[in-house]
Design a protein around this ligand. Structure first.
Ligand code: ARG
Length: 462
């Protein structure tokens, strides 16, 4: 096909160059946004008297026809076209004739693509947020069901202090709530119209940038035409936000993988979310969690890619910027897939509550509570800490624990020990005494669940 700019060129483009230059294979997914932007632009051109009102209407009708045909499949995207912007314009002109050639008045592909990607990402941000919210909802449901299921909390992957499975799940709910909030902030920087920036120096036509932004439901217009066409900060920060979502999922994956092992046996994944081995008949592998952990690296790769693309380019638009799309699309596709599958995986997992309790009983995770008991009876904390430590050593040597140690033995270490020490080291009591705001006690977990649900209900999509 003859190029739009063949008037200035004396040779046709080499086909390999054409393929290299083309972005249609990946930017055609923005066809709805491209058409919406063009409709708003054409309407404004007509209203401002820059083009004839009838021509404006003809263009809009033509564009809507192309949209309907692309949606229905009656029109297929031409893989030979350079990009989605050229494709739509070419089809429009083929369909409606000369009026189609007026659409690009007072516009450049540089501000057009900057608008399209903002519109596309604005929609995607909402999708990611919906998926995150579904996962947060699932986490609060699991937390509610396991608000009293005591388990060990860890530091250095060593059993440290008792918590509950519910409290544990809510820690992840908090991370995802921050992700959701962060995406909302990025949305507000994305939903700004660069249209009217032109190629880089705006235009001499009396356009109305605000009317176009308004028609597209955008919150404002960019302030500087050179920045308008070359800013991809919103896209880079979106990939960063997705990287952080993946970081959270990857940490959670690591827990799931550990918890599925015979050594932990804290949970069992549903058969539908596990895979077998081709050689070892006994195996049930947590492949989904492993893949989520693995795909995290790839999303980080997308972030590195966009930062490296942007770091060396002078103002304003440069073709390097076409590389922004595959990176952000890949990050979005993979993050959405991971959040969705992960949610279904945890919604169907079986929590082995007896095993959680057993693990909580074995590791002297009530040693701090034993020391606190003595402190409440008047002993300075550092002395109480030493007494409790000596008791741990005694228990290890005699294969026993705080719960079963006879009172006489306790009393050889300190006269302050009385019968009520057994209440102090009881695991449920240890958890439920931690009524501090944000702590793992039953009432605190219920309050956390309520707060998370309230936050979700109050938080809009913007
Ligand atoms: N396909 C291009 C992109 O994705 C569109 C803008 C091209 N502009 C230009 N002057 N070559 O960035």
């Amino acid at each position: 096909m003859a190029k739009m700019w063949d008037a200035r060129f004396s040779k046709e483009e080499n086909t390999r160059v054409n393929d290299f230059n083309s972005s249609i294979s990946f930017d055609s997914r923005m066809f709805r946004e491209d058409i919406a932007g063009s409709v708003a632009h054409a309407a404004m051109l007509g209203k401002q008297g820059i083009i004839d009102a009838q021509e404006s209407e003809k263009i809009i009708a033509g564009l809507n026809g192309i949209l309907a045909d692309l949606e229905s499949g009656a029109l297929a995207v031409d893989p030979e076209a350079e990009d989605i912007h050229m494709f739509v314009e070419e089809v429009l002109t083929a369909r409606i004739g000369d009026a189609g050639k007026r659409l690009h008045t007072a516009r450049s592909r540089n501000d057009q693509v900057a608008l399209d990607i903002r519109l596309y990402l604005r929609r995607e941000i909402c999708e990611v947020r919906s998926l995150l919210r579904a996962m947060i909802g699932t986490l609060t449901d699991i937390a509610e069901a396991h608000a009293d299921d005591v388990m060990p909390g860890y530091t250095h992957l060593q059993r440290a202090q008792p918590v509950t499975f519910g409290h544990y799940m809510l820690a992840y709910a908090q991370m995802l709530l921050r992700d959701d909030e962060r995406l909302g902030q990025i949305y507000s920087r994305t939903n700004i119209s660069p249209l009217g920036s032109g190629a880089l120096a705006s235009t001499t036509y009396p356009i109305d940038r605000f009317a176009v932004a308004d028609a597209l439901g955008m919150d404002g217009v960019t302030e500087n035409s050179m920045d308008g066409v070359s800013d991809r900060d919103f896209l880079a920060e979106l990939i960063f936000a997705l990287s952080l979502v993946m970081t959270h999922l990857s940490r959670f994956s690591e827990e799931i993988i550990l918890w599925c092992s015979g050594e932990f046996s804290f949970i069992e994944l549903d058969d539908a979310f596990s895979t077998g081995s081709s050689i070892m008949p006994q195996k049930k592998n947590p492949d989904i969690a492993e893949l989520v952990r693995g795909k995290t690296g790839r999303v980080y790769g997308d972030l590195t890619a966009i930062l490296c693309v942007l770091k060396g380019i002078p103002l304003a638009y440069n073709k390097d910027m076409q590389e922004d799309k595959e990176a952000v699309f890949d990050a979005l596709d993979n993050t959405k897939l991971c959040v969705e599958l992960f949610t279904a995986m945890i919604a169907t997992m079986k929590v082995r509550t007896a095993r959680l309790r057993e693990a909580a009983s074995g590791g002297f995770i009530n040693a701090t509570d034993c020391a606190d008991y003595l402190v409440k009876k008047g002993m300075p904390f550092r002395d109480a800490y030493r007494v409790s430590g000596r008791l741990v050593a005694y228990c290890i040597e005699n294969h026993t624990d705080f719960e079963s140690l006879p009172l006489e033995v306790y009393r050889t270490y300190s006269e302050l020990f009385e019968k009520d020490v057994y209440d102090a080291v009881n695991l449920d009591a240890c958890v439920n005494r931690r009524t501090v705001y944000g702590g793992p006690s039953h009432e605190s977990v219920l309050r956390q669940i309520e707060n998370v649900r309230k936050t979700l209900a109050e938080r809009g999509m913007r």
